[in-house]
Design a protein around this ligand. Structure first.
Ligand code: PA5
Length: 446
């Protein structure tokens, strides 16, 4: 068992009739996906990655990661959205949220180009001073503003430090195989490039070089991760919500939405899973939030957030359900010490393993939230590791596709993301008639 869906905290909320009612729609969604005849069917490449990934490309990527590990103290992954979240989620899931502070023989890894904050960029430049650096700029389109600005800054820095040719040895580009400014730049300067397959959208791309190069640099076994995804693909091939936990998760989400639960909170009890929740939010938010439909994806890290958002979840407006990732086994054993004086009154937990206490907090919270009217879907996750991350990624991607088709949207496009970009380009004075026209319209609103 890598993942098991435990539905015991749903019994007050979902009936056998609800499952029977949605089963035909889940079955239709399954047919649409496997027959590749639904909306967005030119973006189903992610379904082929676990067994059909490009062997040569991934072998070359592993070699590049070895070279990077030997030649730098600091590795910078530049990208945003689907070109950022998956790699960071994987590194924190498999290693730690404090990866850079661990004792290790791999480079520190920083992420840049995922915002436009002057302070963030200035701080990173300070951190890198005097260190040997390698860069991986990741952009499928090769035109996204945030990573493009960051890359321009770091390319200049590397060229000053190592010369143009030396810099070229330290710059790795992950982008489209033929199109985009980044590809042109890579070809002109001789940077090593890795390909984002045409038929894999950004938020489904963590198991392509987009995610796998930074993940390999962190010393994580990418083949183990791909094997995990393959095991997941095999486990969830059959369309039967009684046997297929992935499809059951998709079904439950839609049932709860139809009962008025329009917010889903992904709850974890480990800070190392917080970025996985960020990745999950993009996956579900961009895939389902369109046509005035969808479940708003939120996340919390418990028990920390029980002391901030716990009150709202327990007693606030009843619009949400929780999906809890219950980590069954922790690799770290930590026994709470016994204190003869018991001056802090804590001896009732003395001798208990801290992970046992954390899971007890989960059970206590789930029962309280259920009593407060918040359905809890529990995904029991066996442990943290590369295999498990790959398994979880495929579980959520497949569930997202089935859930999106059941909801009646195209889960593979993101037309709404363009709106802010158009306004920003117009306001910043990007040349071109369309930007100028919009600039005039916006000026009237300001
Ligand atoms: O899921 C998506 O498509 C987006 O989040 C993109 O990944 C994000 O906008 C970055 O795009 P690009 O990789 O083209 O720079």
């Amino acid at each position: 068992m890598t993942i098991r869906l435990n539905d015991k905290y749903l019994q007050n909320f979902i009936t056998a009739e609800d499952y029977a009612g949605i089963a035909p729609r889940i079955s239709d969604a399954h047919e649409t996906l496997v027959n590749k005849n639904g909306a967005g069917n030119d973006f189903l490449g992610w379904t082929e990655l676990p067994d059909g990934y490009d062997r040569e490309e991934i072998a070359r990527l592993v070699q590049a990661a070895e070279k990077i590990k030997k030649s730098c103290d600091v590795f910078i992954a530049i990208g945003i959205g689907g070109s950022y979240l998956g790699a960071r989620a994987a590194i924190e899931f498999c290693k730690s949220a404090r990866y850079n502070n661990l004792k290790k023989d791999t480079p520190d890894i920083y992420f840049s180009g995922n915002d436009i904050s002057a302070s963030n960029l200035a701080e990173l430049l300070e951190i890198y001073e005097g260190k040997d650096i390698c860069i991986n700029v990741i952009s499928k389109s090769g035109t996204t503003t945030e990573p493009a600005i960051s890359f321009r800054v770091f390319r200049e820095l590397l060229e000053k430090k190592y010369g143009k040719e030396g810099a070229a040895e330290r710059i790795f580009v992950t982008t489209d195989k033929a199109r985009g400014k980044l590809k042109e730049l890579a070809d002109a300067n001789g940077y090593e490039t890795f390909v984002v397959p045409d038929d894999v959208g950004g938020r489904f791309s963590v198991l392509t070089p987009v995610g796998l190069l930074p993940i390999a640099v962190a010393g994580i076994d990418v083949y183990d991760m791909l094997n995990g995804a393959l095991a997941s693909k095999k486990a969830y091939a059959e369309c039967d919500i009684e046997k297929n936990d992935c499809y059951k998760y998709a079904a439950i989400r839609n049932i709860l939405l139809e009962k008025g639960k329009s917010v889903e909170i992904l709850a974890t009890y480990e800070s190392s899973l917080a970025m996985t929740a960020e990745w999950w939010k993009q996956l579900y938010g961009e895939s389902e939030g369109k046509d005035k439909k969808g479940i708003f994806p939120a996340s919390v890290t418990f028990t920390t957030d029980l002391h901030s958002l716990g009150q709202f979840i327990q007693e606030g407006s009843r619009i949400m359900f929780e999906t809890v990732i219950d980590l069954v086994n922790s690799s770290d054993k930590m026994e709470i010490p016994y204190d003869e004086s018991n001056s802090d009154g804590l001896n009732f937990v003395a001798g208990k393993d801290l992970h046992y206490v954390n899971r007890t907090a989960f059970m206590a919270t789930a029962m309280a939230h259920v009593d407060g009217g918040v359905p809890n879907i529990v995904l029991e996750l066996e442990k943290r590791g590369a295999f498990e991350f790959g398994y979880l990624v495929y579980f959520f991607e497949l569930a997202c596709a089935i859930s999106g088709y059941t909801l009646g949207v195209n889960p593979f496009d993101q037309p709404g993301v363009e709106a802010y970009k158009k306004n920003m380009f117009a306001l910043l004075g990007k040349p071109g008639a369309e930007h100028e026209k919009l600039r005039d319209e916006l000026a009237k609103k300001m």
